[in-house]
Ligand binder design. Structure first.
Ligand SMILES: [Zn+2]
Length: 340
């Protein structure tokens, strides 16, 4: 396999809820007791892949400091830029598919070669349960004679589906969801959520913070799609500002306003640069072109100002009636293209 295909940008992070596991593997490594194979086990959405990548970075680093990779040496530089020749990522070729025996054979070649930067060679295989039987059997052979200075990090989200023979040859690192208080605090700090929102979101995803981020993003994508349709229908008089405000005011209004702000910025770009102007919201280019065509710069700027003000108000929790505020903004949006 081409080396470039094996790389991806490193996301090496030890989330605070993995600190105990991290200390344990670092201690094993520093006392030269790190086994050849680790099986990182836990539910999805905890950050196990990032943990594995951080560990790979740590053992590959030439001069780790204070239990972390130095970030400066040649190895760290490679890891953080184009990729490191001694780190091998293995995953199904399509997500949801099996890891096949041919993939394991290529992996064995890598494991039995010599490290190009001197030191460890590391494999991150994710997820272990995706190996079909022949792939798992081929990996077993590799595990019996792993070669020197090789670390194989297997990640599993479903321990029950990993072959027992594989399990028995790996040292397990069990990862649990963080305590609610720790997870909540982390989410409040990193996602600009209130404690209550964070706790609610964590509930939905069984306490896995990264799954909560994904869930929130997926929800936002869907909400944006619905909002864009509603904006278009307003311009076409298929609905009224009152109706749209009524159906959206309980959603993430701050996000709605920020999207609207982005759309208006695009409209002014088109107004200035014509239909060929580079815009951000290309999925609604047609709508934006037609708004730009029928509106004036003054109307756009007035609405941009209003949206900006109201957005600030939402962030500071100063809007007593979000539905009414949204309705007023939507009237202005619709009126962008109305002739007096
Ligand atoms: Zn380093």
């Amino acid at each position: 396999m081409d080396i470039a295909e094996r790389y991806h940008a490193l996301d090496a992070q030890v989330y605070p809820w993995f600190e105990a596991q991290w200390q344990r593997v670092v201690k094993l490594h520093d006392s030269q007791h790190l086994p050849h194979a680790l099986l990182i086990n836990g539910m999805p959405g905890l950050g196990k892949q990032a943990f594995a990548e951080a560990l790979a970075g740590y053992v590959i680093c030439h001069q780790p400091r204070d239990g972390r990779a130095c970030g400066q040496c040649r190895s760290c530089q490679l890891l953080n830029s184009s990729g490191h020749p001694d780190l091998y990522f293995l995953a199904p070729s399509d997500s949801g598919k099996a890891i096949k025996v041919d993939q394991i054979r290529e992996l064995s070649d890598f494991m039995h070669s010599t490290a190009q930067q001197g030191g460890y060679r590391v494999v991150i295989l994710n997820p272990a349960e995706a190996m079909n039987t022949s792939a798992a059997n081929a990996l077993l052979k590799t595990l019996e004679e792993p070669g020197n200075d090789v670390l194989l990090i297997l990640i599993t989200h479903q321990l029950g589906q990993v072959m027992p023979t594989i399990k028995s040859r790996c040292q397990r690192v069990d990862c649990h969801p963080p305590q609610l208080a720790q997870a909540t605090q982390w989410m409040v700090e990193h996602l600009e959520l209130s404690e209550e929102e964070a706790a609610q979101l964590l509930d939905v995803v069984h306490g896995a913070p990264l799954a909560a981020i994904e869930f929130k993003e997926a929800g936002h994508r869907a909400l944006r799609g619905k909002f864009l349709v509603a904006l278009k229908e307003l311009l076409q008089d298929k609905s009224t500002p009152f109706e749209v405000a009524a159906s959206f005011h309980k959603e993430d209004v701050e996000a709605l306003l920020s999207w609207l702000q982005g759309l208006l910025a695009d409209v002014s770009r088109i107004k200035v640069g014509g239909a060929a102007a580079p815009i951000r919201n290309r999925d609604v280019q047609k709508m934006l072109n037609s708004v730009a065509k029928y509106t004036s710069k003054d109307r756009i700027f007035t609405l941009v100002d209003t949206v900006q003000q109201e957005r600030l108000g939402v962030a500071r929790r100063q809007n007593p009636n979000k539905q009414l505020m949204l309705e007023r903004i939507l009237i202005d949006w619709r009126d962008l293209v109305r002739t007096e």
